[in-house]
Design a protein around this ligand. Structure first.
Ligand code: GDP
Ligand code: MN
Length: 412
């Protein structure tokens, strides 16, 4: 799963997801969270039993194969495993090469699965339906990319008029296992999952694996819950679970100022209002082989001061070679407001690299006039294609990479 700065999702940790799902009657192993090796040992002692699983809590999957899931047969082993997991960032197929720091562990009683299934609910965008997805082959086999054969995947859209979507859940269960004893168990889990999905305003809930034990009982060994943050205001208790530890600090700072900001590897600063226009701008540059340094979207509610803060943040990037400002003025974000914010920002951080400005819509001319009368080295594009042409020419002279900061230094 991709962590995405402007996709409105909230990810919560496995142990929090399990606690939530448990409140809907979905069976999960007993477990306790730990922030240190000593706490992990205490957690195992508290849980009792003789075999434990120690699981790194990060916002990424693929932990099992990357060594992020450890098994222990006594309390000493719990402590040693916990020390190892907390010692260094965990790199999995989903984290990127630098990995994610492990700050929390989840210690659970270990169970012995006879089979591992996959069960998920998500919103299918092509049908608009909340849809069940099931497979007989869950657990590591799915995450490691061993794609199940089509006959091993069950996909059933649910009927919003049918309470708990019982029929879809029962059909799913019957097709997910041949074990007669397990069918009602899986069906029951599916129905509870359905209720949880609606009540939590989730966009994805995944049980992988949903383990079948030798006695036919179904237990969710791993869960992934993604909530829709547009609905978070309806769930103040869930908002508190939000863990932004894995979000880059500049994205959080920007979000506090009504700006969506995502740093990228290139050298062309990009500013737009609206996520759609922002992405189109980035796409247009990439089509020309021009590498953006960031994605920045000014939200409609942003004030002049907040927009200025967004600009200052972007300008802190020393590898910028030029900047493209693409504003479609309308509603609250007018071109002159953005121009004022730019002037404000550059009063503190003077810009000496080319700034290509495409203003269209409300107060475009006024915005241009404000910039033309300022010290800002702005050039005005007739339209978006013209703006991209101009950026391409500047970029051609200073494509960036290792020379980028030198180019800026030369102009300064
Ligand atoms: P992921 O790799 O990030 O998806 O982490 P999971 O929580 O799914 O763990 C990976 C694998 O470890 C699972 O597919 C199971 O095979 C195994 N596993 C997890 N918890 C338990 C447990 O309590 N008992 C046993 N025997 N295996 C487990
Ligand atoms: Mn898993």
């Amino acid at each position: 799963m991709i962590r995405n700065g402007w996709e409105d999702t909230v990810r919560i940790h496995e142990y929090q997801a399990k606690r939530l799902l448990k409140s809907y009657g979905i069976p999960v192993p007993r477990g306790a969270v730990a922030f240190s090796a000593a706490e992990a040992e205490a957690a195992a002692r508290f849980l009792g039993g003789e075999r434990w699983v120690i699981k790194a809590q990060i916002h990424a999957g693929g932990r099992g194969e990357a060594g992020g899931i450890a098994f222990a047969n006594d309390l000493d082993e719990v402590k040693i495993a916990a020390e190892r997991l907390l010692a260094k960032p965990l790199v999995t197929a989903e984290t990127g090469p630098t990995g994610l720091r492990v700050k929390r562990l989840y210690v659970e009683e270990a169970v012995q699965p006879a089979r591992e299934l996959y069960l998920a609910l998500y919103v299918d965008r092509s049908t608009g339906q909340v849809t069940f997805l099931g497979s007989r082959r869950g657990g590591v086999s799915i995450t490691s990319g061993a794609v199940p054969r089509p006959e091993e995947i069950v996909k059933i859209g649910s009927d919003p008029d049918e309470p708990a979507s019982g029929r879809a859940a029962d059909e799913l269960a019957a097709r997910m296992t041949d074990d007669e004893a397990a069918v009602p168990q899986v069906g029951d889990v599916a129905k509870r999952l359905y209720r949880a999905f609606w009540e939590l305003d989730a966009s994805l809930i995944e049980l992988n694996p949903l383990a079948l034990l030798t006695n036919g009982r179904a237990v969710a060994l791993d869960t992934r819950v993604i909530l829709d943050d547009n609905a978070l205001f309806r769930h103040p208790a869930l908002e508190a679970l939000r863990d932004d530890e894995d979000t880059p600090p500049e994205e959080l700072e920007a979000a506090r100022h009504e700006i969506n900001y995502v740093a990228m590897a290139g050298t062309v600063g990009c500013v737009a209002n609206g996520a759609g226009l922002g992405m189109a701008t980035v796409d247009l540059l990439k089509l020309r082989g021009v590498e953006p340094a960031n994605f920045m979207d000014i939200r409609p509610v942003a004030t002049r001061e907040q927009i200025a803060t967004g600009f200052r943040m972007m300008l802190r990037n020393s590898s910028l070679t030029c900047i493209l400002v693409n504003i479609f003025g309308g509603g609250i974000i007018r071109c002159d407001l953005v121009a004022e914010a730019m002037v404000l920002a550059t009063r503190e951080i003077p810009i000496r690299i080319p700034v290509v400005v495409r203003f269209a819509g409300t107060n475009a001319e006024l915005g241009q006039k404000l910039l033309a009368n300022s010290a800002l080295p702005a050039e005005f594009a007739r339209d978006l294609p013209d703006a991209v042409d101009r950026i391409e020419r500047h970029y051609g002279k200073h494509p960036g990479g290792s020379t980028a900061s030198r180019a800026v230094a030369a102009w300064v």
